[in-house]
Design a protein around this ligand. Sequence first.
Ligand code: ASP
Length: 311
Amino acid sequence: MPQALLVHGGAWNIPDELVESSLSGLRHALEIGRSRLDEGADALDVVETVVRALEEDPNFDAGRGSRLNRAGEVEMDASIMRGSDLQAGAVAAVERVRHPVSLARLVMERSPHVLLVGQGAGRFADEQGVERCRTEDLLVGAELERYRRVRAGETVLIREEFSPEGHGEEAQGPLGTVGAVALDARGRLAAATSTGGSQDKFPGRVGDSPVLGAGTWADDTSGAASATGWGEGILRVLLTHTVVDCIERGSAPEDAAREGLARLERVGGKGGVIVADRHGRRGIAFNTPRMARGWLDDEGEIHVAIEGEPR
Ligand code: ASP
């Protein structure tokens, strides 16, 4: 049986100084995912493990490395979906957890719900014994500096980045949402996505990443996809569901990814998507200047890219 693994670390105008570190972060996550697949792990475990590795990497805007909202807090969104039975879990605007993707999985497996938000998601984390961290533990570099200044009572500059332009040529700060899709040797598909959301977003703003069909979708009968980009646009076209639906209607994954992007462009959206189908075929498309992305080829070799032709 073929296997597949694709990852992304955001689609935007990634600055030159972040290129190398982003590529090595993706490579590292793919290595971890590949060994899990080779051990015979379930696709769901693989995407969770891979997204955890990317959440741990401060080069990406997810888990550690998340961006501050305009109130100077970190509110994170994540989701995970299993293609065999369309089971899924998600958290939104959750604070002080290191691995929102694992909390999303607990929502799926240990609650009767699909999506928990804000304080309720935090309460659920506590009930489940998930270790809470400090907001500062999630911040690095300039964001940590800004956080300390906000806490000291200083008014800091707010940048408006949650626009389609925020993901285009003008993009300033890191917008590195992370995601993974996997097909395991037993034909099971899964997808997961995690983000600190857009820089300086309004408190309580929820993007596409925790919304099923928008940021994440997986169905063993067709394909699995994870999206990144301007969340408000991705939500309005249910990007990942649209892409997987195209596969169901007969498109090859690379065409399906492009068709999804064409739909995103109807709302002026900018972003990217990774997708695998049940045969292990891959598709990647983006309409931003760069997209951090990686995949295993048919021989299991690792490929990572930021520039160039989407594939
Ligand atoms: N889609 C994410 C959001 O809107 C941001 C990103 O992918 O960069 O929250």
